[in-house]
Design a protein around this ligand. Sequence first.
Ligand code: PLP
Length: 422
Amino acid sequence: MASDIRSDAGFNTTAVHAGQEPDPLTGAVIPPIYQTSTFVQDGINVLRAGHEYSRGSNPTRNGFEVQLAALEHGHSGFAFASGLAAEDALLRALLRPGDHIVLGGDGYGGTNRLISQLLEPWGVSHTAVDITSPGDVRAAVRPGETALLWLETPSNPLLQIADIAQWAAAAHDAGALLTVDNTFASPYLQRPLDLGADLVVHSTTKYIGGHSDVLGGAVITSDRSFRGRGLSEAIGYQQFAGGAVAGPQDCYLAARGLKTLGLRMERHCSNAQALAHWLQAQPGVASVLYPGLPDHPGHELAARQMSGFGGIVSLRFTGGEAAARAFAESTRLFALSVSLGGVESLVCYCSEMTHASVRGTALAVPTDLVRLSVGVEDLPDLRADLETGLAAARAAAPDASAPGTGAPGAGAPGPRLWLSSV
Ligand code: PLP
């Protein structure tokens, strides 16, 4: 489906209109949800609008794919049933047995699980690296063997910032590709393809859907080729032949959410910035991880590479694991939950929730850390809720003057690959 939005249209204009043209048949301003598995043919293989069967193409899905690709400045977009389904499709479309991946070490635990548990048995190896060290990244690349570099920035949950252009150069010098998981920033704050990345993945479950009511994922391709095939052709064929597509209802919800992404991100960013600042001064807080803080090691790079600092704030407690757990179980507006990016605020105890699959490994998340997904509620209410959590954290601390006990992996029970379903 083509879009007639001007290529120089602003972000919000593109978000509202690209791929979302009124229905030509009825004039409905909102394109209908094409809840159909198959399309009638006017003769054998004579298709009315190019649609045959919804695994191959569906107008609601195609509209969302056009909308998202336009916002990421991509060549094509492909919508999948979840973020992990999108990642899986990308990896299986492009990799072969014997290939090697350089994987950003601080990232979504499920990506690591997908690569280490599902891909390694098929002969794909990986090396995890410190995303902030260009030297480490280059040292990990094996020319002739490394086919893909995989980066998440800002990272999850430590909010580290990596230089996308430097990662892209390291990939391209070795004939490899760079994929960036842009879930945390969203295309409103960061466009990895403009910075040299070859592919972008999203969990559209997060900021793109934006209302915690839909699961989805997407791959957005540049116009480059790899191993003699266009990236769009390779991912498109994998989507069709592998079949992990997003359904029409889910695409409708994601497309509706995407229309207000810019408005929501503005509010997520301003709330997060204010809370991060305020949290730094609170007793019991050992450190606040937020790239918008001037003393964050990645602040200057984030200011250059992004147009805002995002809605995720992580914090660590002087009272260690006990304080972090008490905090996470005490807030109310910040609901204890996995996931992020919705209008409602969430708190996550990552070491045993989102990142349970890397506990006990070198990639383990500190046990004194909680991650906040700051929503769009009113700031004074959010601050009051955090005050409740901080009071609980101070009360639970073994000794308020004791140093934090949350070194990465501390207290970890060893690898538990299936503790959590996320
Ligand atoms: N990428 C990131 C950064 C995530 O946070 C997540 C999920 O939390 C995923 C990918 C996986 O997405 P999904 O849960 O939609 O499969």
